[in-house]
Design a protein around this ligand. Sequence first.
Ligand code: ZN
Ligand code: ZN
Ligand code: ZN
Length: 478
Amino acid sequence: MEKNRLFKKITPLLKIDSAVIEFEKLNFKKINVNKVWHIEQLIGYDAIILDASNLEFARYFINTIRSHHNTEYYLKPLFIYKPHPLLDIDLHNMYDGEYTSEKDLPEMKQIVWDIFLKTTEIEDVLSLSYEAQIIKRVLNYFYTRGINEIYCTKSTFSNYGYVYPMLNAILKEDGESKGLDLLEWAEQEGLITGKFHERIYLCNKCSGGFLSFREVCPSCHSSDSNTEDLVHHFPCAYIGPMSDFEDQYENELNCPKCNKNLRHIGVDYDKPSVIHHCNQCKADFQDLLVHAKCICCGVDTEVQFLIPKKVKKYEIMKKGKLAAISGILASESQKIIPNMIRFDTFKIMLQHEIYKVKYYKESALLLSGIHLNNLYELQQKIGRHAYDRLIHDLLTEVKNMLKSIDLVSIDNDDTLFITVLDADIQETNDILLKIKTLFTVLIYDNFKKFEVDIKVATIDITTDNNIEDYIKLLKKEL
Ligand SMILES: [Zn+2]
Ligand SMILES: [Zn+2]
Ligand SMILES: [Zn+2]
């Protein structure tokens, strides 16, 4: 108490109590294992000081806020106090510095402001594919921290033995090993570039990497077996396991076929190989199978059927940094389809239509949407080239079914937008259902029975909202 008062006199801009440190207009919320906290309450503070002496709690807290989907939480400046020495292993880069005493506050203030400024540059884009959404969160975080490298380390805290801090935290529930595919995707999109680090093998059912390798019996797959030397007796050419030659009473080797004593290895006998005996099915065999049992899901597979994966260390490319601040991810630029209206142009034209409707009060305007919910899954299978061609074909089909004055375009989230002038909702919905059936059949027939999930909706365009509101409204319906 006394000390605090004294401090206040010297630096009036510093105020410390048990829960919050106030320093030059910044509020640092103190968190430790003994305090009750609610994540929603953290929004009111500029930064967090986490007592990280309890490793388990610190790990839980950091992963919770960093894996939150809202930038207000996952980009929040976070400092640690009394860090446990093991904390940095799998949470490397997931906090912004260490707080030891008040003398660190000026430097922390600078860090908080740097992060704030960079956070204001972040563009939040909602209409992204699953991959893009996850990768964008990772890129956003690293961008606000000025970090160019996606660090990776081996760790028992990950179900495949490696941790990419941030990415693993986000994917904890979805399956961490998915991160390897996401990073591969981001590399293909030119957002990051990787250098080989290690090869790993994953379970072909659950993608877990926690595998137990065992030699098993080729007939019954049990790992309960014994191995013996195989003995070849030269004089009589008998070959059999060592136990056939062992004398129960004397410490010498006797041939079961010719009854002679075995004298010197290399002279009258040798051990050409080994033989395995299964204690379960009693089979004798020479070649064992190697199986890997997944500790997560229990599946036991021959090693040749495991999924090989490359673990890489990644560097964030210029395009990756731009993805954080402009929201442009590579998958967005691909939707420039020849002879089709680009989505930004479409929005301008739609705005123009709205003005016209406003002016000529008698005409009606509808906005329809067709959302191809799982098309990105198909994209992963068939590749970008074939996917672009498919989109082109789909848009052409739609154009053929519309009046020439209606506009059609597609956004980055596989939603087709159609403006329909002077038609009623029922008529429009009938056309949409026809399109839906056509798309379903077309994709099913041409892409190995892929079942596309399509939603359609139409909204009435009145003139009192802006264009982005209408698009949002329609997307909500889809
Ligand atoms: Zn598994
Ligand atoms: Zn067996
Ligand atoms: Zn013999």
